[in-house]
Write a protein that binds this ligand. Sequence first.
Ligand code: ADP
Ligand code: ZN
Length: 516
Amino acid sequence: MSQALSLLKKYYGYDSFRPLQEEIINTVMDNRDSLVLMPTGGGKSLCFQMPALMKEGVAIVVSPLIALMQDQVTGLRANGVAAGYINSSQSAQDHFNIQKACEEGKLKLLYVSPEKLLTRPFYDFMKRIKISLFAIDEAHCVSFWGHDFRPEYTKLGFLKQHFPEVPVIALTATADKITRKDIVKQLNLADARTFISSFDRPNLSLNVKPARKRVEYITEYIKLRPDEPGIVYCLSRKSTEALAEKLRKQGIKAKAYHAHIPHDIRAETQREFLRDDIQVVCATIAFGMGIDKPNVRWVIHYNLPKNIESYYQEIGRAGRDGLDSGTLLFYTSGDVIMQKQMLQDTPPEHRELQTAKLERLQQFAEAHICRRKILLNYFGEHLTEDCGNCDVCRNPRERFDGTVLAQKALSAVARSDQKLPLGLAIDVLRGSRNQAVLSKGLDRIKTYGVGRDVSGQDWIIYLQQLVNMGMLDVAYDDHHHLKLTPLSVEVLKGQTPVELYKLTDEEKSPKASRKK
Ligand code: ADP
Ligand code: ZN
């Protein structure tokens, strides 16, 4: 038995490595740098902990989250590994003792926060001891483009400059192609070997639905799965609370979770969820970091996340045990608008890319090609076959010639001087006699009432399709009025036919499908 394998058995009780683990360990043992991309739960920790055990000296592990750091060290110590951590929660005496243990060669792994690592005394300390390797956990934090940028991480490139002989292993569960490039560049890992384990989670069924009657749908969805724990992600704290309240009224054990709930109550909610004392957590993205519940059977996004990485990471909290699990993303262009408004606060130099990333997620939600293909493609993996486990694969969309329908809508927009937000445009098309229509004299334009035969709900989706196809635009900076585009002009002139997707029964009624 190899040394690595016997240590695996001794310290972790496992009989074999998972894919890539052994290769990564060998790379570190050869003192080469590496970048490791593995989904959460994939087994990244072993990749630096095992070399740390086998090599001379102490491994310095940079980790951004104090709570996770403490968990890992507690776990290691329980397995008989000499590990410690240094962070801002400790006294000077604690720091002194741990440093002394390192200097005496008594510690194999030292976890440290980036802030601490970057101090002068810590640098002097590192120069005094024998370092076996640097592990940089959550390495996507170095990148602006990642979803969890931490400025201190950008300074970690100094490690390679000042300790060129010590191998660096950077690890992350979430990095698209641009982020990966950025990690390599910023950490000075030009010769790093990159290891990417598959991000495919075939047991997750991927589903997207138009955001209509969300609360009713979610209630029914949960009632059909009375024993299945799940998470509903919402964008705002208020909606987590409102939704949890509504679900409780329906007899569902649900609680809200967000960053402004007092710490002890949050911890209690987390415990109750882990023990299956509550079935549902309605949460903001604050929920999930470091949560290890293998039997989460479904994840619903009440709102659109901000990009594909966030979305993928959040749905990835379902089905860690490998069993079939459902995911459902409610999609509406209104959420895209909301996310864009939130991006107004980001510095202009980042906004453009964040917007583009948001638009990728939007395209994912709107596309009628296999969703898994789009997702894996985004992370640089290519799926040749359709997955058969997403809503698009199960319900390939039928189309119809929607040219006349589109012309009616575009002409209503044109004849009202492009001053209609979506709802009002539908009122005009359906010939509604409400106050907004009458006060603006919209009942006198030629297209008033020409779309009576289509229901208001269906109009929403058709108009969204037109927006998605670039045949209509929404002016976010001008009261969300619908605007014509060069393409709309072609449609109005009859030069471009318009194909619209038919609405499926499933979209019309949540009861129609029990399938995940
Ligand atoms: P990550 O850091 O990638 O999220 P972890 O390193 O925490 O994942 O590993 C996730 C789980 O998988 C842990 O419980 C770990 O002990 C287990 N694990 C890791 N490697 C193996 C292996 N070779 N065989 C069995 N279980 C493993
Ligand atoms: Zn598919």
